[in-house]
Design a protein around this ligand. Sequence first.
Ligand code: BGC
Length: 457
Amino acid sequence: MKSSKAPQQGRFPDGFLWGAATSAYQVEGSPLADGAGPSIWHRFVRTPGLVRNGDTGDVACDHYRRFKSDVALMKRLGLTAYRFSISWSRVLPAGVGRVNPAGLDFYERLVDELLRAGIEPMVTLYHWDLPAALDDRGGWLNPDAADWFVEYAQTLYRRLDDRVRLWATLNEPWVVTDGGYLHGALAPGHRNFFETPIASHNLLRAHGAAVREYRAGGRHQVGIVVNIEPKYPASDAPEDIAATRRAHAYMNEQYLDPVFLGRYPEEMQQIFGEAWPAWPASDFELIRQPIDFVGVNYYTRSVTRFDPDAWPLRASRVRQNGAVYTETDWEVYPQGLTDTLTWVRDRYGPIPQYVTENGASFADPATAGAEPLDDPDRAQYFHEHLRATYAAIEQGVDVRGYFAWSLFDNLEWSLGFSKRFGIVHVDFKTLKRTLKSSGLSYSKVIQSHGAALNEPA
Ligand code: BGC
């Protein structure tokens, strides 16, 4: 069933979180302020040619300095939750060892400000900005990374677990390794087939170790955030179906299978061949820690076909005639979000889920005049995907919240500021915030607890 023809929306479950999300390097700015150390992104953006227009996160949205008025803006929108990430090297400038009190204070002030505004914080510990000092020691290729991550996580748990009730260990480990170690488009910019599975495995070990550490003293909930892009075969041909399986295993099962089932999908060995190591069984005991929720980031789907030239999966995406595509060239396909949430439940069991990111880049009017800035395509995108979320709830999936990506237009990694995802427009010269109509229509959905989804966006 197409979600645009969805039945009347009822009320979302009580306590459903209505949020928006950001990440530290994309919005904070001031990456070295008050004793912080550099991250791999601070370095990456300083290599000419790696980031569009030479953009950097030096200022970004200046959220580091403007967080109080930003929280007021969230309140004005009626958000009941805010998902943000912590910059590891603000808190531990060298990644381990000495704590930087000013860095820790910043996150404490942000959490307190959110709580005063009645907004639930969801903290992501790792959203891609590894301390540069740890990259110098091999980064995610170093098996000690799990211990480093535990030391960092512990520092945050001790300081904030009395107030933060939702902790996510990693954001999108697939992107960290596919972008950072295989294709090199993201920091640290490696292109190395043999490193990629090792980095993935160490991320999973770090996740498991941080969850185990949380169980020792944590009082609330801990989970992981993955990006899921459902794969649909382009035809019934066996080679298309096999290619779809490989793409699905690589992107959608590579992390959740070890976490829930204690093993990798068998396609991983086929994909990586001689680069696929033999892992010690004890690692899977560490990785397979019970978690409290799964965070799903959903943007698009992929209709997949066999493609012998597409390294290393031998699979590529087929463009869909007549479909709407966003500025990042992602097909708008709301049904895929329903399919994703039901798939996670069917494969891994009735675990609570959050849609921790969902959103779209569309070209906005060049300058923000009066408020709201009109962004009908984005408003429509959110509307349809919220309906798709509701459809999954109706099918019995335990979805506990939804976070729009993103609260702000921000640094879209190697695409710089060229792609806007915000429900709030940011003028990157003046840093002025302007609400978009997508933000206002989301706000109406929140106020009506979902009933506004029965009306057009
Ligand atoms: C990431 C965000 C990113 C967004 C849009 C997700 O993969 O978690 O940091 O900005 O997608 O590309």
